[in-house]
Design a protein around this ligand. Structure first.
Ligand SMILES: [Zn+2]
Ligand SMILES: [Zn+2]
Length: 348
C-alpha cells in the first residue's frame, strides 16, 4: 500500500509498504479521507518524539474510511461499513478514562501522533480503540461525505472549547484567529445563538476567506481590536473570547476585551519554550472572569459532532477548501503551512 512515511524533521516520503494485517481483535480501515492539521505541520517542521530514521511513522489523525477487514473477535462492526475514527485512546482503567476522558489519560495514544495514522491507504485500528468506541459508523446517505467525516476530529476539539466557554443564546463572541479552527468556533457559536460573532486575524487573506465561508461573521484586521470590540458591544466587551492562535499576547489581551462575567477559552496552545502569557488577575477579580482551557476532545464530544454534521445542523463544507491525492503531499503541506486556504484533505 501507499503510505506517507515520516523519518524526522522535514524528512518524509511517499512509499510502497506492505499492507498491514490484523489480529483477532482489530479492524483494518481503508482510508477514504484524511485531513491535514496544523499539528501535522508542526510535527513535520519540528520532528516528533520517537520518529527517527529507524522508526518512521505515518501521520494523519483526522480520518474517515470504509472497514476493509474485521478480526473474528470483533463485534458490532462489519466489512463495508463507513466510519469516522476518533484518534485518541487511553489505558481504559485510570480515573480519567473511566470518567470518559480517554483523551486526558496519562497513557494517551493517538493515530498519526504516537502510532501510525491516516496518511496511508490502510490503517490498523487496535483492540483498545475498537473496545473504547473510537470507530463510529457514519450514515453516508444525504449530504454526508468522507471529507466531512474527516473534519469531525478538529470540530470535536473546537466543541470541547465551546463547551468549556459555555456559549449561550445572545452572547457576543470574539474569536482571535481566522483559520479553519477559528471558523469552526464561529460556526458553533452561531449555532448556539450568539448574537454577534466577531473574528480577527493578522492575516488579511485569511479574513477574506473567512468572510467568504461565513458572510455573517464580523471580521476585523486592524491594530485596535479593543476599539472594534467596544464599538460592537456598546462598550461592554464580549461575553466570550476564544483564542484560536498560538499567541501569548492574544491570551493576555483577551481579558481586557471581556465583559462582566466573561469567559475565555485558551484553545490554541503556545509553542514549547515561548514566553508565558501575563494575566491581569485584577481583571479576573473585578469582572468575575472565567478562564478555561481545552485540549483534544472526548469520544462523547466526537460523537456529538458527528451527529451535528450528519444531521445537517452544522455544515462544515465551507472550511473544506482543497482535496489532494496522496501523491500531491508537497502541495497539500505547502498550502497548510502558508495558511493560503482552509482545510486540506487527502482523498483516496
Ligand atoms: Zn487535528
Ligand atoms: Zn487512562
Amino acid at each position: 500500500m501507499k503510505a506517507l512515511r515520516f523519518y524526522g524533521k522535514n524528512d518524509y516520503r511517499l512509499e510502497e509498504i506492505e499492507k498491514p494485517s490484523i489480529s483477532q481483535d482489530e479492524i483494518l480501515l481503508k482510508v477514504k479521507a484524511a485531513a491535514v492539521c496544523g499539528s501535522d505541520i508542526r510535527m513535520i517542521q519540528n520532528g516528533y518524539a520517537g520518529v527517527t530514521k529507524e522508526t518512521p511513522r505515518t501521520y494523519g489523525h483526522e480520518i474517515a474510511g470504509i472497514i476493509e477487514a474485521v478480526g473474528e473477535q470483533v463485534t458490532g462492526y462489519h466489512i463495508g461499513m463507513s466510519v469516522a475514527v476518533a484518534p485518541n485512546m487511553g489505558c481504559g482503567i485510570c480515573d480519567e478514562c473511566v470518567a470518559g476522558n480517554t483523551h486526558l489519560c496519562r497513557e494517551y495514544k493517538a493515530f498519526g501522533i504516537n502510532m501510525d495514522g491516516g496518511f496511508a491507504e490502510y490503517v490498523v485500528i487496535p483492540a483498545e480503540a475498537v473496545r473504547q468506541g473510537n470507530v463510529v459508523p457514519v450514515d453516508m446517505s444525504g449530504a454526508m461525505t468522507f471529507e466531512k467525516a474527516a473534519i469531525i476530529e478538529p470540530l470535536s476539539c473546537v466543541f470541547n472549547g465551546f463547551e468549556k466557554a459555555g456559549i449561550k443564546p445572545c452572547d457576543t463572541v470574539l474569536i482571535i484567529g481566522a483559520g479553519p479552527i477559528g471558523i469552526l468556533h464561529g460556526m458553533l457559536a452561531k449555532m448556539a445563538g450568539a448574537s454577534k460573532v466577531m473574528i480577527t486575524d493578522l492575516n488579511e487573506q485569511r479574513l477574506n476567506m473567512c468572510k467568504k465561508a461565513e458572510p455573517e461573521f464580523l471580521t476585523y484586521a486592524g491594530d485596535n481590536l479593543k476599539e472594534f470590540v467596544m464599538e460592537q458591544t456598546e462598550g461592554k466587551g464580549v461575553q466570550v473570547c476564544i483564542t484560536a492562535c498560538p499567541s501569548a499576547k492574544a491570551q493576555s489581551d483577551s481579558l481586557e476585551l471581556l465583559a462582566m462575567n466573561g469567559r475565555v477559552n485558551f484553545f490554541g496552545g503556545l509553542p514549547a519554550g515561548s514566553a508565558k502569557a501575563e494575566i491581569d488577575t485584577n481583571l479576573v477579580h473585578y469582572r468575575q472572569l472565567i478562564l478555561t482551557g481545552s485540549a483534544r476532545s472526548s469520544l462523547t464530544q466526537y460523537r456529538k459532532c458527528l451527529k451535528l454534521v450528519q444531521s445537517g445542523i452544522l455544515d462544515v463544507s465551507p472550511v473544506i477548501s482543497d482535496l489532494y491525492s496522496l501523491e500531491q503531499y508537497e502541495e497539500a503541506f505547502a498550502a497548510a503551512k502558508t495558511g493560503s486556504n482552509l482545510k486540506n484533505i487527502f482523498v483516496f
